[in-house]
Write a new protein. Structure first.
Length: 207
């Protein structure tokens, strides 16, 4: 079965590569503006929407069947992996910054505090629809105004939820991680592995 990553995220691509998955990339065209304030529901719905949009576009199917009729061939040949990540703090969902001013506001708000990172994962095939969510708590050191401004000037925060990338230079300011580290990067690997295995997709060394 062919694995399709429904994301243009370099970080998710690198994680799948690291684990030994063979896959192709097809960026989802799903609408990412949804009216949802619960963080787990937000990332779960978006991850599923991304995966389903790509699955339907590539396969011509209208959706996955959780329980296909007994004896019926699924005819499936692709499994689509979708994911979405947000930061949640003080009752607010925080996505990618709109601009440098917004990035400064976000990092100032998170400085010296603990927030939660939610990543939703969806795996869609013709016979199976799976959606799960992973949550990790992250605590920042106290950042100075100069440190925030220099980090923003690097350009790294602008395409990342919460305006930071834990796997890059900003890792110097992360005091503590409580939960799965890869959830913060954008793809909780244990969760993704279990879901893909149930769909019949395994890394090269585990087939």
């Amino acid at each position: 079965m062919k694995l399709i990553l429904a994301s243009g995220s370099q970080r998710r691509r690198e994680l799948l590569d690291m684990c030994g998955y063979d896959f192709e990339i097809e960026v989802s065209l799903a609408d990412e503006h949804i009216a949802e304030t619960d963080p787990e529901a937000f990332v779960s719905r978006l991850a599923q929407a991304k995966a389903e949009e790509v699955f339907e576009r590539l396969s011509g199917c209208s959706g996955a069947e959780e329980n296909p009729p007994e004896g019926e061939s699924s005819g499936e040949d692709i499994a689509v992996l979708g994911s979405d990540t947000i930061v949640y703090h003080n009752g607010h969902i925080i996505g990618k910054p709109a601009d440098e001013k917004d990035a400064f506001r976000i990092l100032s708000e998170l400085s010296g505090r603990t927030h939660e990172v939610y990543t939703g994962v969806a795996v869609i095939t013709k016979r199976l629809r799976q959606v799960e969510c992973s949550v990790t708590r992250v605590t920042f050191e106290k950042l100075s105004r100069e440190e925030i401004e220099k980090y923003i000037a690097s350009g790294e925060p602008m395409d990342k939820a919460g305006a930071y990338g834990i796997q890059g230079p900003f890792g110097m300011f992360v005091e503590k991680v409580d939960g799965n580290y890869f959830t913060v990067i954008g793809l909780p690997l244990p969760t993704a592995y279990r879901m893909l295995a149930r769909a019949g997709v395994l890394p090269r060394d585990f087939r």
